[in-house]
Design a binder for this molecule. Structure first.
Ligand SMILES: Cc1cc2nc3c(=O)[nH]c(=O)nc-3n(C[C@H](O)[C@H](O)[C@H](O)COP(=O)(O)OP(=O)(O)OC[C@H]3O[C@@H](n4cnc5c(N)ncnc54)[C@H](O)[C@@H]3O)c2cc1C
Length: 354
């Protein structure tokens, strides 16, 4: 396994539990240090993705598995529910499409609320109408990652930290991987869960994929504004992301974001000058937000297989025999809802190994 983010560890734990011998190679000195530590921590219900896509199916299956895992392992989480709000009259009809897509995906008991019902639920939110998703929630992503690590280790698997895979070659029995210090490791299967570096790692096996980086910045909201919302509140979605939404973490701190910005080089700086733009986006449904209430928080980067202005692209979960790399499994483009879908993705990988 290459990569000890939530996806690599979910796969590693699931395989180890089924009796496979698993070692995870990880460049960083701990688990979940990249995208797994830089996201909204939302348990998605499965609302937006095209019916029949992997994103839709694995989000719905993964969400159920995730709530179950949280209960069983004592991982911090809350089924907050979420509103997708129409902030202009002409957005109201789009809510019908969103609700119908969500129902086709099995996203739970989706309803449409009128303005009065939204106001009763969220007095500080202004909206013409909203989609209500009771199955959406939030999770402690670090706790989730640690639960997979503990399960992996309890079943005899291990993680080699500060260990980057730099070369790969086929052998009669599978693959030989080389790490940055020249160590070689032989294995029957390689699972590439290297997140933002997934295309580079795939290239080591001669497999060509193009990865685009799409950065999302977050701003924290001043605690002096008090309890702004009881639930997560999203606008109707924009093309590359879900629109600047307000979420809270388990400690009750609110943040706005993420936006979408395609970048060429990986970096995590949040531009403080974006505060006015974030405030303006949020004011469409939370009229009292001002730029002075916002402070740059953190950024995450989506490992996208589609570039700007390209349409939907599904997760790639592929055993690469047909591309001349038998025993090599690529997990690529695992952007949102990857956290939610993690255990369902792992079960797909188990199926590919059968
Ligand atoms: C802005 C943003 C918001 C999101 N919000 C949500 C959300 O609310 N809900 C949700 O379900 N999902 C969300 N996601 C998606 C979710 O965060 C990701 O799908 C998930 O974290 C991906 O995990 P990963 O293990 O694939 O990648 P990572 O966490 O990036 O792990 C990859 C690991 O591979 C290691 N690695 C890379 N190259 C090598 C190498 N050559 N050798 C060894 N190790 C290597 C890296 O060090 C890293 O630790 C969001 C993502 C972003 C960017």
């Amino acid at each position: 396994m290459v990569g000890a983010g939530v996806i690599g560890l979910a796969c590693a734990a699931t395989l180890a539990r089924r009796g496979h011998s698993v070692i995870v190679l990880e460049s960083a000195d701990g688990v979940g240090r990249e995208t797994t530590a830089r996201n909204s921590e939302v348990i998605h219900a499965g609302i937006y993705y095209p019916p029949g896509s992997l994103k839709a199916a694995l989000c719905v299956q993964g969400r159920q598995l995730l709530y179950q895992r949280c209960r069983l392992h004592g991982i911090g989480h809350r089924r907050t529910g979420k509103l997708i709000v129409a902030t202009a009259e002409d957005e109201v009809e789009r809510l019908e499409n969103i609700a119908s897509n969500a129902r086709s995906n099995g996203a739970g008991a989706i309803e449409i609320f009128d303005a009065a019902k939204v106001r009763a639920l969220e007095p500080r939110v202004q909206a013409f109408a909203a989609v209500w998703s009771p199955e959406t929630g939030i999770v402690d992503s670090h706790g989730l990652t640690l639960s997979y690590q503990a399960e992996l280790e309890a079943h005899g698997g291990s993680i080699a930290f500060r260990t980057s895979v730099v070369a790969a070659q086929t052998t009669h029995a599978g693959w030989k991987l080389e790490t940055q210090d020249g160590t070689e490791l032989e294995t029957s299967h390689v699972i590439n869960a290297a997140g933002l570096h997934g295309a580079e790692v795939a290239r080591l096996a001669g497999l060509q994929y193009t990865m685009h980086y799409c950065k999302g910045d977050y701003f924290s909201v001043a605690p002096s504004l008090g309890k702004l919302t009881e639930h997560l509140v999203y606008p109707v979605p924009v093309q590359a992301g879900l629109g600047i939404h307000i979420t809270m973490d388990l400690g009750g701190r609110y943040r706005l974001g993420p936006d979408t910005e395609y970048i060429d080089e990986l970096h995590y700086q949040v531009d403080p000058d974006k505060a006015e733009r974030f405030a303006a986006a949020a004011r469409r449904y939370l009229p009292e937000i001002k730029a002075s209430d916002l402070a740059p928080d953190f950024a995450g980067i989506r490992p996208k297989l589609q570039g700007p202005d390209q349409g939907f692209h599904d997760f790639v979960i592929a055993e690469e025999s047909s591309n001349g790399a038998p025993g090599w499994i690529n997990l690529l483009g695992i952007e949102s809802p990857g956290l939610t879908a993690s255990e369902a993705i792992a079960m797909r990988v188990v199926d590919l190994l059968r």
